[in-house]
Design a protein around this ligand. Structure first.
Ligand SMILES: [Zn+2]
Ligand SMILES: [Zn+2]
Length: 280
């Protein structure tokens, strides 16, 4: 893995073939000095945006990329720092570019996303009842058999993702099974992107055993409690895991925790605006 030394000034949707992850942001939902943790994956001619929060479009605009150029989306869960930009994506697709963007989404989460979030601002745009399919083209991920927990698989060209269910909210849920819909993303069988989740060592350890990840990007809250994994909880993981774990989705005061993260043995803090490249 190579981390760009400086921030990527101009972000492109194609490259020479390496797998590249551009961190649009690395901040928590309520961070003010950081962008939201949304990730752009690029490989050769293919791209995939993982989550599109309320400030995603503006953050992409700042690096020369209009949201309307993004063709492929996948969404990990329905908090606004992950879906708040989708209304813009679907309305500009229908009324500006007249090209539907494409989403990798299973039937169950499409219903949740449309009925509980996206429908309100779009259904009556033309008087009658528009549906999700009027705004999006859809690829249905396939449910994989034999995985430690419910896991879905889909691809955009050379980018493959596997989506294991996660345990994000409510904080009273005892398992991913009784949590609201949320998922992590395994990228090309070598990178785990946890998206938002409570501390769930079973997910990390069982999937690392299966894939032996090169790197794990993990949600990191700077205090314990609520619906995210905390730095203290993550610190209890085995050292070999922490050595390849890059912390993300952190609060504005992350610098106050640099020493404890270093002492615990974590790889680093995700650097927003930077590109992480994985040569084949
Ligand atoms: Zn979030
Ligand atoms: Zn969340």
């Amino acid at each position: 893995m190579k981390i760009s030394s400086g921030k990527t000034r101009k972000v492109k949707l194609t490259n020479r073939g390496d797998l590249a992850l551009y961190f649009i942001g690395a901040g928590s939902a309520f961070a003010k000095t950081l962008n939201q943790t949304n990730l752009l994956v690029v490989s050769a001619q293919d791209h995939l945006l993982i989550d599109c929060g309320s400030r995603c479009s503006q953050a992409l605009h700042a690096v020369g990329l209009p949201l309307t150029d993004i063709r492929n989306f996948v969404i990990t869960h329905s908090h606004a720092d992950h879906i708040g930009g989708l209304e813009e994506a679907q309305l500009t697709g229908r009324y500006l570019t007249r090209k539907k963007p494409h989403m990798l989404v299973n039937r169950r989460y499409e219903k949740i996303l449309w009925e509980q979030s996206l429908r309100g601002g779009s259904e009556k745009s033309e008087g009658g009842g528009l549906a999700f399919s009027d705004f999006w083209t859809v690829t249905r991920p396939v449910k994989l058999k034999g995985f430690p927990r419910e896991t879905w698989d889909a691809s955009v060209g050379s980018i493959n993702i596997k989506m294991p269910r996660t345990m994000h909210f409510p904080d009273s849920a005892t398992s991913w099974r009784n949590s609201a819909w949320s998922c992590a993303i395994v990228i090309n069988n070598k990178i785990l992107f946890s998206s938002d989740t409570r501390f769930d060592s079973e997910l990390i350890e069982s999937y690392d055993k299966l894939f032996n990840f090169e790197v794990i990007f993990h949600d990191c809250q700077l205090f314990t409690g609520g619906v995210h994994a905390s730095l203290d909880e993550l610190s209890t993981l085995p050292l070999p895991i922490k050595r390849k774990m890059i912390l993300m989705h952190y609060g504005d005061n992350w610098r106050d925790h640099r020493l404890s993260a270093r002492q615990a043995g974590f790889h680093s803090w995700a650097r927003e605006g930077h590109t992480y490249t994985f040569p084949d």
